[in-house]
Design a binder for this molecule. Structure first.
Ligand code: XUL
Ligand code: CO
Length: 440
């Protein structure tokens, strides 16, 4: 049975194509750094937004027209799996990601929930046998059900903590069963609403204990994938402990967890933290902890996580700049943690949105690659820091100075000459590269 009869396989047709159901810029076979675009970008579809999301918002009911919506309960869960593999095949994506709760209905009874997961995981495993699409990461939803209202591994209630452990234990078993390449922790409600009722030290210690137990269990059952933390500063909780990458690094180092984790960086979470997407990517990269990406974008006019499909070429270019400098994403990928707007309710919109996102990242990749090949920013930056490659600057970098020596040097200076940062000119150059990317 076909769920998306109106859409055939999506192919690359090039920039001149007017076919909405074709890639204009993403050619999976194009080469980058000796790899195909497909292998380098490692696009993934997020199950929750694409197949489970119904278009509700705090004011409105569901709007999405989905071919499997005639089913309910486990029949709906099974129909969604069938539809998802048809979608993956037609989009020709190498990966997908899911929360336990997206694929199998959660009940009030844990053993029943775990059984539901087993049934659906078996069905996914069957589909994986014949599909090229693999599992990039899975995770546990520990924020939707009312039991999580005060958090999961940072809940003040030890029973909730134990329940969370049971869910992640299952998640790791599922990861092994389906050959997942990563396991993600997004601390949906791991934070606090007010310090008036919060023991922050105990919550953070407990969160660290939880991660250590996850590492131990992964080792025990032979899960060799990468653990990822996905920072977000707020929403749903007022303050979330994994605020941003820098805060996450501080936490991981404090608790001796840094060797076991990398970061899954989401564009819209970066902007909510008051950073650019590329800032978060760079902080992770220079610390050797850039693991994976939730590729989306926010809306500067709105203060919440809008999870839009990425279409801003400046953002995709500067993100890909970091990713190329990182040598790619290793076992990570570019997961579209993005949803179609409530008004884009047709099943076809799911294809069009992914095409827009994949084409935008393909353009960003080409532009970033050219900027790097031509050394545009690299040469400028090297020149800007030139004073650290000889004389007193080199001594600073090599750790051969102290305050007395530096004072002596400063006293001998007659004039200090600074260089212009040329920010506007660099932006103009970036514009030129963006415009030329597909006209050469
Ligand atoms: C929420 C979010 C999550 C994580 C996985 O903002 O990004 O969907 O990606 O739990
Ligand atoms: Co995300």
């Amino acid at each position: 049975m076909s769920y998306f009869q109106n859409v055939g396989p999506i192919k690359y047709e090039g920039p001149k194509s007017n076919n909405p159901f074709a890639f204009k810029y993403y050619n999976p076979e194009d080469q980058i750094n000796g790899q195909s675009m497909e292998d380098f970008l490692r696009f993934a579809v997020s199950y929750w937004h694409t197949f489970t999301g119904e278009g509700t918002d705090p004011f409105g009911q569901s709007t999405m027209v989905r071919p499997y919506n005639t089913f309910s309960g486990m029949d709906l869960a099974k129909a969604r799996v069938e539809a998802s593999f048809e979608f993956f095949q037609k989009m020709d994506v190498p990966y997908f990601c899911f929360h336990d709760f997206d694929v199998a209905p959660e009940t009030d009874n844990l053993s029943e929930t775990l059984k539901n997961i087993d049934v659906i995981v078996a069905q996914i495993k069957e589909n994986l046998k014949t599909s090229k699409t693999k599992l990039l990461w899975n995770t546990a939803n520990m924020f939707s059900h009312p039991r999580w209202l005060n958090g999961a591994a940072t809940s003040p209630n030890a029973d909730v903590y134990a329940y969370a452990a049971a869910k992640v234990k299952k998640g790791l078993e599922v990861a092994v069963e389906l050959g997942s390449e990563n396991y993600v922790f997004w601390g949906g409600r791991e934070g606090y609403e007010t310090l008036l009722n919060t023991d922050m030290k105990l919550e953070l210690d407990n969160l660290a204990r939880f991660f250590h137990m996850a590492i131990d269990y992964a080792k025990e059952i032979g899960f060799t994938g990468q653990f990822l933390i996905e920072p977000k500063p707020k929403e749903p909780t007022k303050h979330q402990y994994d605020f941003d990458v820098a805060t996450g690094i501080g936490f991981l180092k404090t608790y001796g967890l840094d060797k076991h984790f990398k970061f899954n960086i989401e564009a819209n979470h970066a902007t909510l933290a008051g950073h650019t997407f590329e800032h978060e990517l760079q902080v992770a990269r220079i610390n050797g902890m850039l693991g994976s990406v939730d590729a989306n974008q926010g809306d500067t006019l709105l203060g919440w996580d809008t999870d839009e499909f990425p279409t801003d070429l400046y953002s995709t270019t500067l993100a890909m700049y970091e990713i190329i400098k990182n040598g790619g994403l290793g076992s990570g990928g570019l997961n579209f943690d993005a949803k179609v707007r409530r008004g884009s309710f047709d099943p076809e919109d799911l294809f069009l949105a992914h095409i827009a996102g994949m084409d935008s990242f393909a353009i960003g990749t080409k532009v970033a690659q050219r900027l790097l090949e031509d050394g545009v920013l690299e040469n400028f930056i090297a020149d800007r820091y030139e004073s650290y490659r000889s004389g007193i600057g080199l001594e600073i970098v090599e750790g051969k100075t102290d305050f007395k020596k530096l004072e002596q040097y400063a006293l001998g200076l007659t004039e200090i000459k600074n260089k212009s940062g040329r920010q506007e000119n660099l932006k103009a150059i970036l514009n030129k590269y963006l415009l030329e990317a597909y006209n050469q």
